[in-house]
Each structure stands twice: as C-alpha cells, then as structure tokens.
Design a protein around this ligand. Sequence first.
Ligand SMILES: [Zn+2]
Length: 286
Amino acid sequence: MKDNNTIHALRIPFKIRAASNLIIERFVYVYLIFGERIYLIDSGFAGSEKVIYEYIKTQDRKPEEIAAIILTHSHPDHIGSAKSIKRTTNCKIYVHEAEAVWVEDTNRQFKERPVPDFHNLVEGSVSVDGFLQDGGFANLEEDLSLEIIHTPGHSEGSVSILYKNESTLFTGDCLIAPGDLPIYENIADVAESIHKLQKIDDIEFLLSSWESPIQGRSNISRRMTESLKYLNQIHQLILRISGAGPVEPMELCKLVIESLGLPPAAVNPLVAKGFASNLAYSGKIL
Ligand SMILES: [Zn+2]
C-alpha cells in the first residue's frame, strides 16, 4: 500500500508457533520513508527483509539505498530482520536507550521476556548506532526530520515518531485497539503516553504497527479515545475482580481475558504482567 509519495506502508503477515502446536496468525506493519535515501520505521520479524527488498524494487529503488532503521522498540516483530538488513546495506540502527540492550543482546531479551517462537521471529542481535531521545530529532536529510516522542508503557523505551512535514505520526505498539491483545508493561505509562499523543495537532495519518493506516483528524482522535476506553474497561474489570479478594496473576489474567471475549491464547505471562501493573495504579485512564 502506498500512502503518499514519501511514506509507504507494508503489511507483513507472520505466524507464531505457540505452545501445544498452537499457531497464532498475526501481521505487523513496516513503514518506508523514501527520501534521497530510504529509511525504515521498524524492520518486521526475521525474513521480512525479503518482502521489504522486493517492494523497494517495485518502486524502482534499490535495497542498498536503505540508510537507517528507526526502531519504535525492541520487540521481536520490530527488530527481527534488522540484523540482516544492516549486514546487507550497512544502514544505521536507532532506538531509545532503554531498549538498546535487548536489541544488542537478543538472548538476554528472550531470557527476560520469553515470547513464544522468539528465535524464529528474531534473526539475532544487532549493534545500535544511536539513541532516540524524547523531544529530539532524527535529522535524516535536509527536508526529512523526524521528531521523537517517548511513549513508554508498552515497553520502557517505546517511542512514537512525528514526521511533521507529512502530518504523520508513527505510534509503534503504543495504541492498543479494542479487541487487540492488551500487552503492556505499565498501565500508568500507557495512559500518560496516549494523553501525550492526543495533544499533538495537525496529524493526518496515524501509522501504528498492528492496524491499517488511519487517515483524518477525527478518525485519529477517535482511535486514541477508543484505545483509552478499552484500557479503562480492562482496568475496571481488574479492579472489580481483585476487589473480591486476592487472586493469582495468571488466574486474574484468565478471568479478564474471558470477560473481554479474547481467545484463550491471550492468557499468557506477558499479558498477566501488564495486568499486575493495573493493581498498583490508582489514577485515571480516561
Ligand atoms: Zn511490542
């Protein structure tokens, strides 16, 4: 899909082989910015480089023109093919400092955050060339400058990226759409990050990793509100269930996922960890 002449959205499907031969079908978006050279927002999972290179060729450009990958965060479906792309193109890799260790040491990431099928999703560790800082700019070319907005919550060093000249905001996994797997580390940070994004004016394109591009200010504003409402629904469920007495984290996760009508595969330690952060949060989400 082509959004405009500069930004191109690639939807790349993949499968996660979870426990008991359960196959989870997912997809992730990788975004390409075409300037004098080419810049990627995230790199997809291991093997995505083939899809990215093929697409670049259909646009009469060359994969060797990739100059940098800007990572919204370090999770497998975002960094998976970064190693291969850097090896082929010698591009630079940028990520928030809090995520760098998991990019540069993927075995450590797996030890600390054991995502099913991790080693099929991530090719391996890759060195980081620079850090993305809140309020900082990635000045890629004369007319191509990206503003970095630190939006923690989904992970500590998650960032959103504002491309002002194109009225475009890349949000990575920051916004959780209703019905999506609610994966986050810290609910207080997620709520604060979405509130921060709501204050940005003049956005015409919202480009997240887990859903199709959203165009138009009212649609974008609605999506952010829906995300907060969904998180608030989850928060209220957690408070209600835990209010009845102590409950084990995985049991709490199971009860909440069932109430939300999400598939049983959503009952997992990653989701349970996020829900535990709700128990410690006494602030508001909406
Ligand atoms: Zn993620």
